[in-house]
Design a protein around this ligand. Structure first.
Ligand SMILES: C[S@@+](CC[C@H](N)C(=O)[O-])C[C@H]1O[C@@H](n2cnc3c(N)ncnc32)[C@H](O)[C@@H]1O
Length: 235
């Protein structure tokens, strides 16, 4: 069940602050390859990502997002792990919808962005680290290093995901997911036919039983799509 907005135990989440968008843009100037986009994702894209991750608001939980789900998720909710949270475009929307249910981890490499996110959203476990260490990051937080995450939301660019390469992050991410878990990854429509984007879609289909892609979300700069990969194949 989605959290009841009238529930007194529900965690309040502040709305996005435009100054954090400006901070993100400043970090792009500092580290363009790792930051991977000039401006953070829009609220429209964040809603599409959260719909793919947790199911549309007001609807029963999406296929593959069991709820309630002990033991990883506290308070009877899912374990949600965000990769490359940036200034929190997706983090705010996911945290608002979770309302304090379950566990919500947000991994971010850039220490300035991670620090600011932790300040803004104390209900989220912000992890200032490299996603390459994902299984260890989960284990030190008392979660299984494989098979224990319900939802991974990736805001990473190609430089961190490395689709189609021997050191691709995608098999690692798939291995962290519970049976029936879901990976949500966004991409830009205008680069969809570039080699890394095609490699990413190919790898998702190899690693997951079901892959769907939304229509273009035009209210984002640049316009974007959202891939939802469910049912990780077990090797
Ligand atoms: C394209 S931005 C997306 C940010 C945010 N999710 C959004 O949609 O606005 C990618 C983010 O991933 C972070 N990042 C890049 N490489 C990373 C890595 N190896 N580990 C963790 N975060 C990383 C960057 O610092 C940046 O904040």
């Amino acid at each position: 069940m989605p959290p009841d907005p009238a529930d007194p135990a529900r965690v309040e989440v502040p709305t996005r602050d435009w100054r954090d968008d400006a901070r993100f843009a400043a970090q792009f100037v500092r580290a363009p390859v790792a930051t991977a986009s000039v401006w953070p994702s829009s609220s429209a894209l964040a809603r599409a990502v959260a719909d793919a991750a947790l199911g549309p608001e007001g609807a029963p939980p999406a296929d593959g997002v069991p709820s309630p789900r002990p033991p990883g998720g506290g308070a009877g909710g899912p374990v949600v792990v965000e990769l490359g949270a940036g200034s929190g475009a997706f983090t705010h929307e996911l945290a608002r919808r979770l309302g304090g249910r379950g566990r919500h981890l947000a991994v971010e490499l850039n220490p300035a962005l991670a620090h600011r996110l932790a300040e803004r959203l104390p209900a989220v476990e912000v992890v200032p680290a490299d996603v390459a260490e994902l299984p260890t990051l989960l284990a030190v937080r008392g979660l299984p290093s494989t098979g224990g995450v319900d939802v991974v939301v990736s805001g990473l660019g190609w430089s961190a995901t490395r689709p189609g390469r021997d050191d691709s992050l995608l098999p690692v991410v798939a291995s962290t997911l519970a049976r029936g878990g879901v990976l949500v990854q966004f991409g830009y429509t205008f680069t969809r036919w570039a080699a890394p984007a095609r490699a990413l879609e190919r790898e998702l289909r190899e690693l997951f039983g079901e892959v769907t892609t939304t229509p273009t979300v035009w209210r984002n700069l640049p316009p974007a799509i959202v891939h939802r990969a469910a049912h990780p194949a077990r090797t």
